[in-house]
Design a protein around this ligand. Structure first.
Ligand code: PEP
Length: 253
């Protein structure tokens, strides 16, 4: 069986001032010093990236951004490029989070542009996909995943995608307290891995990390992580407090 290093990633969304982010980060570094065999990442609001990068140097925790623009520079008020994020100390970037799809007009086409820009700058992309409640009820889960993967990764080849992380986040489970059952998560993850196999071949399908996201917390993380195709978690609410993120990071203990 292929070894895929698990990844526990925190998405702080639009929470915490710079001072609060640094405060949490200090506690988090101390609480996760002893974590082994699990990659850790936090994606704070962008104003906290550079100051957090300084604190995180030499720690177990990598830094991620929540979004990027596909151009390197230009007249795009309010946007940040992959190069800027890398220069601020990011090694990861979230792409196509459902909140960006829902509130900011993100589409599979813009996901694709952002993904190409992230890869060109050697950022590790975490591409978020997942169906809404209505789509699941209508039996469309797999066709939604097909479209999001095929269109989001369009024009890329397996050699380009060695660092790719996919986050399966059923929209109905994000921030709602409703978690997909372990079996529902496994079924979707298996489907995504098989889709990656059909599109890009077995080698990439076996190594690509597929995270589950949607109301992951210390009480359910262990069972989700025990599923064979769940390689980590993308966590919103439960990543905000250092203590609960640390419990997630120590899920193997
Ligand atoms: C997320 O932000 O990607 C997420 C899954 O949020 P929560 O854990 O709060 O559901």
């Amino acid at each position: 069986m292929t070894e895929r290093t698990p990844l526990i990633a925190g998405n702080w969304k639009m929470h915490k001032t710079v001072a609060e982010a640094l405060d949490t980060t200090r506690t988090l570094i101390a609480l996760t010093e002893d974590v082994t065999g699990v990659d850790l990442m936090i994606a704070p609001p962008s104003v906290s990236l550079a100051p957090m990068a300084e604190l995180l140097t030499g720690s177990r925790i990598a830094l991620g951004a929540q979004n990027l623009h596909w151009e390197q520079q230009g007249a795009y008020t309010g946007e940040l490029s992959a190069q800027m994020l890398a220069s601020a100390g990011c090694s990861y970037v979230l792409i196509g989070h459902s909140e960006r799809r829902q509130y900011f007009g993100e589409t599979d086409e813009t996901v694709n542009k952002r993904l190409k820009a992230a890869l060109a700058a050697d950022l590790i992309p975490v591409v978020c996909i997942g169906e809404t409640d209505a789509q699941r009820e209508a039996g469309e889960t797999f066709s939604v995943l097909d479209n999001q993967v095929i269109n989001g990764l369009d024009g890329l080849f397996s050699d380009d995608l060695g660092s790719l992380v996919i986050a399966y986040e059923p929209v109905w489970a994000i921030g709602t307290g409703k978690t997909a059952s372990d079996e529902q998560a496994q079924e979707a993850h298996r489907y995504i891995r098989e889709l990656m196999d059909r599109q890009f071949g077995k080698a990439l399908a076996n190594t690509v990390r597929i995270l589950y996201g949607g109301s992951v917390k210390p009480s359910n993380v262990k069972a989700l992580m025990a599923m064979p195709d769940v390689d980590g978690a993308l966590v919103g609410g439960a990543s905000l407090a250092a203590e609960s993120f640390s419990q997630l990071a120590h899920y193997q203990a």
